[in-house]
Ligand binder design. Structure first.
Ligand SMILES: [Zn+2]
Ligand SMILES: [Zn+2]
Length: 364
């Protein structure tokens, strides 16, 4: 029984399958027939043609859009390229500019270095030439001092402080001016001369004070202590200076003003002696100070020395621009104060011959 049931089941299944297959075939055949019929119909063909047209249009549009997008991209790319190239160009220009600037700076620096070098060399050369010149001058001076002869030409040259201005009357008369080198007038300094000026050589505390505080300086003149201090200086310095030559005038100032205070003027009988003395005293130390010696011209002692002070009547006091001088011991060099040493009195003898007087001049 069981086997019979099995068999029936299988038979049923097989029959159902067969039915299903035939139904499917019929359906397929029908569909195929339907399709063929549709394909043959003009409306379907029209539909297909339209479909093709639409597809073609779509493809064309897509191609166009792609092309446009590509063009845009190319343009952007081109623009970017252009910008990049411009940037590179600018960078290159900047680099070249920097290089050019650096080259300029270097050139300038080299030029400066060359200039400095040339300047240094010129200075060195000038220094050497000056030294050589100084040595020559020194030799000439030493030769002149040792052997005499003509005063070397270069020593005769005057130095003018303000060549185009009027001559300073004070400097012309006393070789000293309260305005010193900043004076608006011309100070003429000789290269050499017979007269030496040693500014501020004589020191005494009474000269350091202003004249008003201390009273009239003519009183100091009589002051025993001050005068003996001066005498000591006089007898200390004069013999030293006489070693260099014959002295015609020796004056020590008792002015209080800085430009005249303690000034010592020494006139020798010749330029050669004065130069010798200059060499001996310039730069020498005295009483703790280094002496600075100058050559000067005093045209007339009479106009340089304040005559009123000698008679104790100078109304100008400390503001006087002329020399207030100590009286030398034993009135030494007194004749020079009146410039008599410059034009010595003629010496002669008178002889009467047959009642006629003859003057015979003596040659000494
Ligand atoms: Zn002056
Ligand atoms: Zn005076």
């Amino acid at each position: 029984l069981h086997r019979h049931t099995e068999w029936r089941k299988i038979a049923k299944k097989t029959r159902r399958k067969r039915i299903r297959q035939s139904v499917a075939k019929a359906k397929h055949d029908k569909e195929e027939e339907e399709r063929k019929r549709r394909e043959q119909s003009p409306s379907y063909r029209e539909f297909l043609r339209k479909c093709e047209e639409e597809e073609a249009f779509q493809a064309q549009e897509e191609a166009r859009l792609r092309h446009e997008a590509e063009q845009r991209w190319l343009k952007v790319e081109e623009e970017a390229q252009k910008q990049w190239q411009e940037l590179q160009k600018k960078l290159e220009e900047a680099r070249q500019e920097r290089a050019r600037q650096n080259a300029l700076i270097r050139l300038e620096w080299e030029r400066e270095q060359q200039k400095l070098k040339a300047l240094k060399e010129a200075k060195e050369k000038e220094r050497e030439e000056n030294e050589k010149k100084q040595r020559q001058l020194q030799e000439e001076i030493e030769n002149f001092v040792a052997h005499g002869g003509e005063t070397p030409e270069h020593l005769k040259v005057n130095v003018e402080m303000n060549p185009n201005k009027a001559t300073c009357p004070f400097f012309q008369k006393t070789a000293a001016c309260r305005f010193r080198d900043s004076c608006s007038r011309n100070h003429i300094k000789p290269g050499v001369s017979r007269i030496l000026l040693i500014p501020n050589f004589y020191l005494h505390y009474s000269l350091e004070q202003s004249e008003n505080e201390h009273g009239d300086s003519s009183l100091e003149f009589e002051n025993h202590e001050t005068y003996s201090h001066f005498k000591e200086f006089f007898f200390d310095v004069l013999p030293e200076m006489e070693r260099c030559g014959r002295i015609r005038q020796f004056k020590v100032c008792c002015n209080h003003e800085a430009h005249l205070r303690g000034n010592v003027y020494v006139e020798y009988s010749s330029t050669r002696e004065a130069v010798r003395s200059f060499q001996a005293f310039n730069g020498r130390w005295y009483a703790g100070r280094q002496l600075s010696v100058e050559f000067c011209n005093i045209e007339s002692w009479k106009s340089a020395i304040c005559g009123l002070h000698n008679r104790r009547k100078c109304p100008k006091g400390s503001s006087c621009n002329f020399l207030h001088v100590f009286q030398n011991p034993h009135n030494l060099f007194q004749a020079a104060d009146r410039d008599e040493h410059r034009t010595p009195p003629k010496r002669y003898v008178e002889i009467s011959v047959k009642n006629k007087v003859h003057r015979l001049f003596l040659l000494y």
